[in-house]
Design a protein around this ligand. Structure first.
Ligand code: C2E
Ligand code: CA
Ligand code: CA
Ligand code: CA
Length: 276
């Protein structure tokens, strides 16, 4: 076994060295990025499907790296979580999103993604209240998106934080529903206002793959009976749009409507949209 290990070690060493080096560099850059103002929020419309109205925008963070260009969140959010940077970055995102949304029409909401780490450390309800107050934004205009991994180790502290946030008047959405460890029982057990069905089910619903449509219908039905809104994520085609509407989803999001765009483009997008 020792010899095998040695061979493997030698074989993988150059690649690993390079990856470790690259990661170290990215972490170093990440620590400077906030101070240097390299993060930006892009926004993707959330659409009420029956009336075809924009009801809000989801904030999606990007890192404008001086050398690498626009870095997508999947490439740095996990690093930010591991290094603790997610705390100040998450705060910046909340404050920026609230400040951006205050310029929009008063019935338009802003949805912000939260990392599980933001629940574990610091005073999240306090941060959210400060962001709202700082911008002068009505709490009902803020939606906070959490993933089911938060509920995996369900504990009193998490529940208390969720309740406190809702008492402030902000709404809570469960993101990426259906992947990972999600179960229908979460929907009934936790105080959600909205469930966002993962785009893998939306894609499956319009293809021949089994289960996609049935799952969407079941989730939409359960949510409907509990007064919870269902959003279909990742709608890319008219066929998918028609499918999710017929399966009972009331809201949707996806490239079919618009991809995430920089803040500067939002006003034009909104104005060109025929809000009926
Ligand atoms: P998410 O919250 O599920 O966000 C939706 C992702 O799907 C976005 O990717 C969006 O660009 C993409 N998307 C939207 N419509 C379509 C479509 O029709 N087809 C396909 N294939 N994709 C579509 P993005 O912006 O790269 O974000 C990836 C993930 O990174 C997010 O997934 C979220 O988990 C995380 N993230 C993004 N912004 C933030 C943030 O501000 N804070 C935290 N904690 N996480 C964030
Ligand atoms: Ca989300
Ligand atoms: Ca999602
Ligand atoms: Ca996601």
């Amino acid at each position: 076994a020792k010899r095998d290990d040695d061979i493997r070690f030698r074989f993988f060493e150059p690649g690993m060295q390079a990856r470790v080096q690259e990661r170290r560099q990215l972490v170093a850059d990440l620590h400077l990025a906030l101070d240097r103002g390299e993060f930006e929020l892009h926004y993707q419309p959330l659409v009420e499907l029956v009336q075809n109205r924009i009801i809000g925008f989801e904030a999606l963070v990007r890192w404008r790296h001086p050398v690498r260009g626009l870095v997508p969140p999947d490439a740095f959010i996990p690093l930010a979580e591991e290094t603790g940077l997610i705390e100040p970055l998450g705060k910046w995102i909340l404050f920026k999103a609230c400040n951006d949304a205050i310029a929009w029409p008063p019935d338009i909401k802003v949805a912000v993604n939260l990392s599980v780490v933001q629940f574990a450390k610091g005073d999240l309800p306090g941060t959210v209240a400060a962001a709202l107050a700082g911008a002068g934004l009505m709490p009902r205009r803020l939606e906070l998106e959490i993933t089911e991994s938060l509920l995996l180790h369900e504990n009193e502290a998490t529940l208390a934080t969720l309740r406190k946030l809702r008492e402030h008047g902000v709404s809570i959405s469960m993101d990426d529903f259906g992947i990972g460890y999600s179960s229908l029982s979460y929907i009934a057990k936790f105080p959600f206002d909205k469930v966002k069905i993962d785009r893998s089910f939306v894609a499956a619903a319009s293809s021949q793959r089994r289960g996609g449509a049935a799952i969407i219908r079941a989730v939409a039905e359960l949510c409907g009976s509990l007064g919870i809104t269902t959003t279909a994520e990742g709608i890319e085609t008219l066929d998918q749009l028609q499918q999710v509407v017929s399966l009972g989803c009331s809201e949707g999001q996806g490239y079919f409507f618009a991809p995430p765009r920089p803040l500067a483009d939002i006003a034009a997008l909104f104005n060109s949209w025929s809000q009926s």
